[in-house]
Design a protein around this ligand. Structure first.
Ligand code: ADP
Ligand code: MG
Length: 253
């Protein structure tokens, strides 16, 4: 994407689960090169919004446009193929496999036996390409020294980075991260922040879902704040921090 290009346009998306409106008419957009934060207390509708964008959940109404084309209604695999790559709120890994194997093959399968089958199905050239790309992305995020460690032995911080490396392997135009800083220690948060700043400097566009206000403030160009399924405010970190509505809803002050 060219810098400044309109990448993602979320238009009045709505999601209802029975009688509960989890996401109510939420709109925002992301331009190439931006880090946008989606902030809000637990239950605000952040993950649901994320799942609507990535096609994991069908919308009740509204549209999601990605790089000028309507992607809402398309299967998540097709949306991913067009250049959206995501991580999940809970780390998904094969603990008995190495970090490198998890990044190279983890996207294909969810079981140890499945990995073996996946390897057998790949031709040598394809396998070589996957492993080279995995190694390249792990180096990119500073995990070169850990590629042969068992994934199950990683602390949470490096495990989250491993997931980001995996998401980067498909060369996405937009990276979507669901609460990557949740549960991390201060040092790990700093390391993650450093990686995200570096990716931005390299031109990556990122949608960052977080409820850690401080972390979001320090990293993003703009923030969309959600409360009870609706968009409360959108603005720069400074504008959001100064907003009485946000302070009331979010900080309870
Ligand atoms: P957040 O990620 O901001 O914490 P969620 O998007 O996970 O919030 O949830 C928003 C609301 O939707 C919550 O009230 C939650 O209980 C509800 N919700 C989320 N997923 C489902 C579902 N699959 N079925 C029913 N209710 C759901
Ligand atoms: Mg969530």
């Amino acid at each position: 994407p060219t810098p400044g290009e309109l990448l993602l346009d979320v238009r009045s998306v709505r999601k209802q689960f029975g009688g509960l409106v989890a996401v109510n008419d939420v709109s925002f957009s992301i331009r190439a090169g931006e880090i946008i934060g989606l902030l809000g207390p637990n239950g605000a509708g952040k993950s649901t919004t994320f799942n609507l964008i990535t096609g994991v959940l069908p919308l009740s109404s509204g549209d999601v446009m990605f790089r000028g084309a309507k992607v809402s209604g398309q299967p998540s695999r097709e949306i991913a193929r067009r250049g959206m790559s995501r991580t999940f709120q809970h780390v998904k890994m094969l603990p008995e496999m190495t970090v490198l194997e998890n990044v190279a093959l983890g996207g294909y399968t969810r079981s140890h036996a499945g990995v073996m089958q996946a390897v057998l199905r790949l031709d040598r050239e394809e396998e070589r390409r996957l492993f080279l790309e995995a190694e390249r992305q792990l180096e990119r995020i500073g995990m070169k020294d850990q590629i042969h460690e068992l994934a199950g032995n990683l602390a949470l911080g490096p495990a989250r980075l491993m997931e980001i490396a995996r998401a980067l392997c498909t060369d996405p135009a937009l990276l979507l991260l669901d609460e990557p800083a949740a549960g991390l220690r201060h040092k790990e948060k700093q390391a993650l922040g450093q990686v995200l700043r570096q990716l931005k400097a390299e031109g990556m566009s990122i949608l960052l879902v977080e409820h850690d206000m401080e972390f979001v403030m320090s990293l993003t160009d703009r923030i969309v704040v959600m409360e009870f399924g609706t968009k409360l405010i959108e603005g720069t970190p400074a504008e959001v921090q100064a907003s009485p509505a946000v302070r009331a809803a979010y900080l309870g002050t």
